[in-house]
Design a protein. Structure first.
Length: 352
């Protein structure tokens, strides 16, 4: 089964995205955007091979995994609007995180070192992929998001070797891919937010207006950064003790950490292969269960993930790939309900 090619009419994809944002999309509009999304499976394959080649040259350990953005998540982003009622996504064809590769490092120093290496002329002279922004644009370690999110993102245009010089262009030339760089501590925080949101039916990850719940995770992120990584980038008016006291008060009121600590983790990882669909579905009694579906090819896995997303029985389904099942489980802990690192760090560093 071959990779999905992107629709040739990019303007039609844009119009379909706008129709979804406006709430008057047809089935054909949804199908067109989904074909555009699915085409990024080819891009993931190119970048995972390139990155893993360089990861394997390093003396330190780097977790690596990749994923194709879920169809429901794409629709959700297109429907989101700011306080003025303007859609946050004006052009679906310019969304840069359909294809995502995630790298997780032991500490900030290794993260910065490896990213600088990837940006170096030594590495880039052998490829034609192009970074499409200033290197500091998505540096959420130096400039954390208001939600508390930390990490660094790079967005590349996908050009396989020789494609920019060839007169015969491939359909996937110029598509975008997002590389995410996180430390283990930053990843623990991001995982906890996603698990907690799923448990409580909240949207803290996308929060536009401040809430007590958002305040809890934002403070937790800063405490982790100060105590665990020696960085202080937010809440300059408050010392660490003040933050710990406020975090404890919020925990007493909201019980977020308590629910995460008691959460039963999914253990079904023995079936993981290179190409997988991770599907969380809800039973009639309200409990959630993870189903791991392995496939021989990316195209088959992507097709299954799309099928599941169209089903009312699936809460969350995503295609992920990794040559190392243990790395996959760690990089996508939110699917395995594993917030243990976050709980441990907050209990140790946050004084809870």
């Amino acid at each position: 089964m071959a990779y999905q090619e992107p629709p040739s009419n990019k303007s039609a994809v844009r119009r379909a995205g706008l129709a979804i944002s406006a709430g008057n999309a047809t089935d054909d509009d949804y199908l067109l955007v989904d074909k555009w999304r699915s085409a990024h499976g080819y891009v993931i394959n190119t970048f995972q091979a390139w990155l893993k080649g360089h990861i394997n040259k390093q003396e330190y350990y780097i977790e690596f995994a990749q994923r194709l953005k879920r169809r429901n998540t794409v629709t959700d982003k297109l429907l989101r609007k700011n306080s003025a009622g303007t859609p946050l996504i004006a052009d679906v064809s310019a969304m840069h995180d359909f294809a995502g590769c995630r790298m997780i490092f032991n500490d900030v120093q290794q993260l910065v070192e490896f990213r600088s290496y990837i940006h170096s002329s030594q590495v880039m002279r052998n490829v034609e992929h192009s970074l499409r922004h200033d290197p500091d644009k998505y540096n959420y370690i130096e400039h954390p998001k208001a939600t508390g999110y930390r990490g660094i993102h790079d967005v590349y245009r996908h050009f396989p070797r020789g494609s920019t010089r060839s007169q015969e262009k491939k359909p996937w030339d110029g598509l975008l891919v997002e590389l995410q760089y996180r430390t283990r501590a930053q990843h623990a925080w991001a995982t906890a937010v996603e698990i907690s949101d799923l448990l409580d039916g909240e949207r803290t990850k996308f929060e536009l207006d401040s809430t007590e719940r958002g305040r809890f995770f934002s403070i937790a992120s800063e405490i982790i950064a100060r105590r665990h990584e020696g960085l202080s980038k937010a809440f300059p008016e408050l010392d660490t003790q003040d933050l710990q006291i406020e975090l404890q008060g919020l925990e007493d009121k909201l019980g977020i950490l308590r629910r995460l600590e008691l959460l039963k983790q999914f253990e079904d990882e023995e079936n993981l292969q290179n190409h997988n669909v991770l599907n969380i579905h809800r039973h009639q009694n309200g409990s959630l269960e993870l189903e791991v579906l392995p496939f021989k090819t990316a195209a088959l896995a992507i097709a299954k993930a799309s099928e599941l997303e169209a089903s009312d029985d699936s809460v969350n389904a995503v295609y992920v790939r990794s040559d190392n099942p243990k790395q996959l489980r760690s990089a996508y802990r939110n699917y395995f309900y594993d917030p243990i690192d976050f709980v441990k760090i907050i209990q140790e560093e946050g004084g809870l």
